[in-house]
Each structure stands twice: as structure tokens, then as C-alpha cells.
Design a protein. Sequence first.
Length: 295
Amino acid sequence: GDFRYTSAMQGEPALRGRHIDCLYLDNTHCHPQRALPSRALATRQAARLIRAHPQHHVVIGVYTLGKETLLVELALEFSTWVVVSPWRLEQMRLLELPDVFTTEEGAGWIRAVDVAEIRWDTLVTWNTLHPTIAIIPTGRPVKVTHPNIHLIPYSDHSSFAELREFVKWLKPCSIIPIVKGDMCQVYFQEYLSSAPQVLPDVEVSKPVLESGQQQSQRRGQKPTSLWKRALRCSVPRGVVYESPEKNTEKSEVFTDVKVLQHYCEPALCSKEGCTCHRGEKEELSGEQVGRAGAA
């Protein structure tokens, strides 16, 4: 995910004094020429730009996620609402951000829109209604198509110098860049630890292991590993979701896929109509039913 390093992270108990075998690193700006200011400095730069245009409305281009802190700080700095779309307002509430967002048009003179809306034609339209400047907070090079579009070097990804400082402090044994095709390990080779990688030992309690073997042997099958048994578990896994954009684009691909709603062990399952009983002729005895219910 997005990662912006600060020196305060060195005080995190989860990181301090740990041996890191493999570090998955956000290498978005992993290049010596990618010099970025801190987010606090970039925020002040955006505020100076807004003050230089006191009679203008301000439109800020953002992605689905990210830059929320910038919007909040600008709203507090200028004591104005930030106008957003209804779905983005719901998102801001889910993120439990300060109450500085509204869907009421005209309630505030700072507006957050999708970055794809920041174009020549939209700037021309907005300026016919009211003098407007647009701000794109990004650390990447972007082609500017209108004189009222301004780039602010605000990024939720670490700068090259910050990445070097983080790896030098953490000293992992190896690095895997999450942005494929940009093999930046060469910049951190001198900071990697030479300690051998040690995989943690996973112990399984003996009674549980024996129970699994006994159940498999009773069915006349080879013992099933506990890992595979866990994959068939029907216990809820918490919140599982996919990006709405991805669902829209690829929903047709999964039209013929059948999702099994129930996975269980035939020896333990007492669910009526369960597929695990297909082909089984024997009825459960009272003792077996009791064990199944307890399980």
C-alpha cells in the first residue's frame, strides 16, 4: 500500500528492534531525481497558492483514496467547507474525518473532484461561471493543459531520501518492490542485513493433529493437512470486498462461476441437505450426532 516514512516511525514498538527477513517496499518514488517536500511543506505551498488567488474558487483533483488530510487542513486553514460528491462524503464519514465536508453546492469555495475532471475544457467552463483555479496534488510528472492548473508536490508515497533513511534504519535482509518493473534494490544494497533468514516455527497442538488424522482414517482417506482443512472452514472471514471499478469492468467474467456456500467435514456435519452427505448411505448414530453437535 501507500507508505510515507517519517522518523517518528522509529519509535513504533512493532518495528523497533525487530529482525525483518523480507520488506515489501512502496517504491513509487524510488529514484534519486524524485525529490519531494514533506506533506506539511506541500500543504503550506498549497495554502500560499490559494491566498494568492483570493477571488477564485478552488478545485482540487483527488483519486478515490488519498489526500484526505490535505483537504481537511485546507478547510481548517481557510474556515470553509469542502464540497464533495455524495459518495465521497459517505467515504469521509467512514474514515471518521473531521466534519468539514458537505454535498451542498455553494456552501464552500473549495471543491474536491476526481482528478480526471481537471482538464482544459472543464477549466474553461468553470471560469465562465466564476474565476477558478485547479490544484493537482501529486508527486508524479503531469502535463498541465491550462494556465489555471497548478501542481503541488504532495504525495502519500515516500521520497527517495525517505526510503533510503527507512531501509538504513530497519536493515531488512531483502527487499521486494511493490511497483513491478522498477527494480530499485540496488539503491539499498549497502543497508541490507547479512543475517540469515529464519522462518518462524509453526507448532500445531498434538491433540488437534491426531484428531484430524483419526477423522481422515475413519473415512478411508489420506490425512488432510490442517492448512487445507482451514481453507474449507465456513467461519466468516470479516469484511471482504473488491474495488467497485474492478467489479464494473470484470463482472461478466464470473457469470458462470458457482460459489459453494458451505464447506464442512462429512463426519462432523449435521446440516440437512449438505453436499458432503451425497453418496453416504449410513445414518449417524446417536453418539455421532452428539459429537457433531458439540463440534
